[in-house]
Design a protein around this ligand. Structure first.
Ligand SMILES: [Zn+2]
Length: 674
């Protein structure tokens, strides 16, 4: 067994190989300090006079791009021109850096122009995705270490110095202040993200219009991104494909219930068909596979070598001899813990890769029966461990202790952890407030030295947009004061309606907490309908509605009014969704249907009119009529708000079917009998 001393020495040794160090960065603690120090430094310049962008609605600067600017820099230079135009009312010209500058005008340099080089303003010392915003006399430089950094420099300049805010995509989703005399102070500022991976999918990959590229572009404004390219999740089926190798080599696959034989054609691409990882040939083939992948895809940084989803792990003697002997309970059944055998395998593949690709890393999940860390082996320095958290469930003290306990144990073994988070789960879910949990968890990840993060998220900005907004800010800089971020959001997004809207979002936070505490989290996933019935109970709905009405009265600019309406639409969707679930309970009380206890929108049985007492029929007919009307109204409302980013239409409808959430078809079928 590993002793405390051994694991401590191991972790200290691994700090040198931590994901940041590998990219040529200082260690996590040093970077955290650096970010804090840089943010605290007063603007530096040899010349303290302000840099004038426009005066009296006339341009006082031109935008300059390098002659060899690629599409990313060209794009963001055009964004800058358009935003500055909206702010000042002036028309700005963009030009290459070879021509001489027009006299009497300043220059806003986007990317590495020759003027930047001449002024000694370089990207030297900047980390990946990092940037510099600096003035030198008649020049302003918005300069990244890479194209990502240059894009972030432009958006940071517009946000921090020009007052632009982006709340959600679309016309009213942004606040662009008017200032015909825009000038900014002299400055020299550097920034870089703390989290090297800050992945949020702000779109449903199969979504309708507007196209996904718009969402991705929107994510740039929030500085969502990654300097670490990670490939794959459950990949054993790719490393040793069952259909191809199973018939000739059943010994590569898991021994389950005494047999390695199975229908090799039935593999679905990600579930079961696990490998017998104590077979040296399986390890050899895995090493060949990762070597080939990195040779063919030199831009990939991290490649997954993780088991397929589901269970069905090998029960052969050699595999079992590697296990710790510990068990864990999952969905009411005891399972042997497998982290030791999984890490033994991953270590062997990682070691095998070092000969040809010493700079590449391999991803191994910490998941289901191998979620808790190994006790007999230590993870190889070239492994990245992906750990799934559920911050939204941390209000449940037992659940929080279990998840964070596991995470902290892993963090004692390796700094190379990647968090997988679930800010959304199930597209039909009504509005949820997770802001206290987001703050606490991201700050904790930083304390543990974790620098890689991804979360499930969608284009449901009316329901979850504030959660995403806050997370994006903290992933860039976890040391920001979250209260300042939120207060700024409410003030800029809602103006005079800030107070009731702040209270609205605070109440959403409070209601999610109440739901988790009341329903518990044992064998539950966050899309379970019981949570919404509690969080949006009638008393809460009345308060939420009253706050939105109050905000609608207080808002006094078209932008602020439109944004209150936007969130009121998300609320209306939430209300219709929860009322629909309540109508199913009423139908059950009326004796028409029996519903699933956790998912009352799922009908498990129903009665025909003849099976009801005559006196009960009138209530049954009326309840059915109301339920059908309610679900129809929800569908109609979803059509009305389609494509406006309030909810993720395509995802919501897919999940309505996938999770059997929407009972309308079933209700119509039953209603026909009455
Ligand atoms: Zn085996």
């Amino acid at each position: 067994m590993n002793t405390d001393r051994e694991t401590k020495v191991h972790r200290t040794r691994l700090e040198r190989h931590a994901i940041g160090a590998w990219l040529g960065w200082p260690g996590p603690r040093a970077t955290a300090l650096l970010v804090a120090v840089l943010c605290a430094l007063p603007a530096f310049s040899t010349d303290s006079s302000p840099f004038r962008v426009a005066a009296g609605g006339q341009p006082k600067a031109v935008i300059v791009v390098p002659g060899n600017a690629g599409p990313a820099v060209e794009f963001v230079a055009n964004e800058l021109r358009d935003y500055l135009g909206k702010i000042t009312g002036a028309k700005f010209e963009t030009r290459g850096d070879r021509a001489a500058l027009p006299t009497g005008l300043n220059a806003i340099n986007v990317g590495r122009t020759r003027f930047a080089a001449d002024s000694g303003v370089t990207a030297d010392g900047l980390e990946k995705e990092g940037f510099r915003i600096a003035t030198r006399g008649s020049h302003l430089f918005l300069l990244g270490r890479d194209d990502d950094g240059t894009q972030f420099a432009v958006y940071e300049f517009l946000e921090k110095y020009c007052g632009v805010r982006w709340f959600f995509p679309g016309e009213f989703g942004q606040e662009v202040p008017r200032n015909p005399n825009l000038a900014v102070k002299a400055m020299d500022e550097r920034q870089a993200p703390y989290f090297l991976r800050r992945t949020m999918y702000l779109a449903w990959s199969k979504g309708d219009e507007p196209v996904e590229v718009d969402y991705q572009r929107f994510g740039r404004k929030w500085k969502v991104g990654s300097s670490v390219k990670t490939v794959g999740v459950h990949t054993w089926g790719k490393i040793i494909p069952p259909a191809e190798l199973g018939p000739a080599h059943p010994e590569y696959f898991a021994l389950v219930n005494g047999t390695r034989q199975r229908d090799w054609s039935k593999f679905d691409g990600s579930h079961e068909y696990q490998l017998c990882t104590s077979n040296p040939e399986v390890v050899r083939r895995s090493i060949d596979w990762v070597r080939r992948y990195f040779t063919e895809h030199p831009d990939a940084d991290v490649l997954s070598i993780s088991p397929n989803d589901g269970l069905g792990f090998c029960e052969c003697e050699r595999c079992r001899a590697l296990d710790s002997g510990e068990t864990l309970e999952m969905y009411g059944k005891k399972h042997p813990e497998l982290a030791d055998r999984i890490i033994t395998y991953a270590n062997a593949v990682a070691e095998g890769l070092t000969g040809t690709h010493p700079d590449k890393r391999l991803l191994i999940l910490a998941y289901t029966v191998y979620r808790r860390p190994p006790v007999r082996v230590l993870p190889h320095k070239n492994l990245v461990v992906q750990y799934a958290d559920n911050a939204e469930f941390h209000y449940d003290a037992a659940r929080k202790a279990e998840r964070l306990g596991g995470l902290e144990s892993w963090a004692r073994l390796t700094p190379n952890l990647m968090i997988y988070e679930y800010y959304v789960w199930g597209g039909y879910v009504p509005a949820r407030g997770l802001t206290p949990m987001i703050v606490e968890s991201i700050q904790r990840f930083q304390r543990l030295g974790i620098r890689l993060f991804r979360t499930q998220s969608r284009a449901d900005y009316g329901l979850s947009g504030l959660n995403y907004y806050l997370a994006a800010k903290l992933l860039w800089n976890p040391q920001l004061d979250p209260n300042l971020v939120l207060d700024d959001y409410f003030r800029t997004c809602f103006g005079r309606a800030a107070q009731p809207m702040k209270e609205y979002f605070r109440l959403l936070d409070e209601r999610w907490k109440a739901a988790v505490l009341e329903v518990g989290t044992t064998d539950m996933t966050p899309q379970t309908v019981l949570y919404f019935l509690v969080s949006f109970n009638p008393a809460a709905r009345a308060r939420l509605r009253a706050l939105l009405d109050q905000a609608a009265k207080a808002a006094d600019t078209p932008g602020h009014q439109a944004r209150v309406r936007f969130f009121a639409q998300a609320y209306r969707y939430s209300e219709l969704t929860v009322e629909g679930a309540e109508q199913m309970l009423e139908l059950e009380r009326a004796g028409v249907v029996t519903v699933d206890k956790k998912f009352p929108t799922r009908v498990t049985a129903f009665k025909k009119p003849g099976e009801l007492a005559p006196a009960e029929r009138a209530r049954a007919v009326e309840s059915l009529r109301q339920a059908v009307a309610g679900w129809e109204a929800r569908g109609k409302f979803m059509d009305e708000i389609k494509g406006r980013y309030v909810i993720d239409d395509a995802y919501a409808r897919t999940c309505d079917t996938h999770y059997e959430f929407n009972p309308l078809e079933k209700l119509r079928e039953i209603a026909k009998l009455y």
